[in-house]
Design a protein around this ligand. Sequence first.
Ligand code: PMV
Length: 326
Amino acid sequence: MNRATAIAHPNIALIKYWGKRDTALNLPAVGSISVTLDELATTTQVRFDPELSADRFVIDGVNDPLAAARASRCIDLLRFRAGTDMHAEITTGNNFPTGAGLASSASGFAALVVAADAALGLGLESPELAILARRGSGSAARSIFGGFVEMFHGEADDGSDCTAQPLLEREQWPLVVTIAIVSRDRKQVGSTVGMEHSRNTSPYYRDWVDHAHTDLDEGRRAIAERDFALLADVAEFSCLKMHALAMASRPGLVYLRGATIEAMHRVRELRHDGHGVFFTIDAGPQLKAISLPDEAALVAAALGEIHGVEEVIQVGLGQGARVVER
Ligand code: PMV
């Protein structure tokens, strides 16, 4: 009663989002396309309790007041819909490093809203859950769904059309994601602060926003046609453009480390030699190589040999966020 547990997986953007058109409602300035990952997971239990005088938030066994404030703001939206002011105890854990460019905020907020929705018995539809997850973290909207997912920029000022939708099921194109862990440190500039900094100072920001739709069109087409070469080309383009935009902020944001750059070159050499693999990198140092299933063993071995790569994790494409217990 009043309690539910949900699991959600992080997602990795192939066509990137960077920049907000509204910070209060957390509306992205551009759309994005991602793949949801298997195996890496956030598990969150939400328990509403009339006896509690405040929300309580425990992440990986530790009380975290900052994360609690962010989670509370998101849960407020669900409380409002349910017409309750009950506080909640939220217990959450990741089976992967938090805040290091592995999209823990995406899986975190997706699991949170799905668990809170079930605990309150609201029964909201997935596009609505994606809108609520987005309020916590922009990319979290995409983790509501599995496989290949598009998140819309949306037109409405209130964000009511700023949701996500699945493009292709994971079984329909079972690509493999190989993650080269370069550092487990928490990133110094989080994505929200970084995006605002780029919007305010990067001379490339306007062009980035104005041309995003062409990358989205190509990404959508590549996925619909399972055209790996086109997806590789447009995904690396989008990734490098995002980092160029961030680096051209003032002072510049450099998320890449030496080993990240070495890994980029290695992936390109492999592709040049005819192997189906490309890279993408989010606001952190880890490189994610996306490959055809047959190439996965070779890609893991190649990335594992790079000096400075601490660990290589390989996962398939995952399902959307779901309730596992109530
Ligand atoms: O979900 P946010 O608001 O923390 O931003 C994520 C930004 C990137 O991961 C760098 C790109 C993306 O589209 O996921």
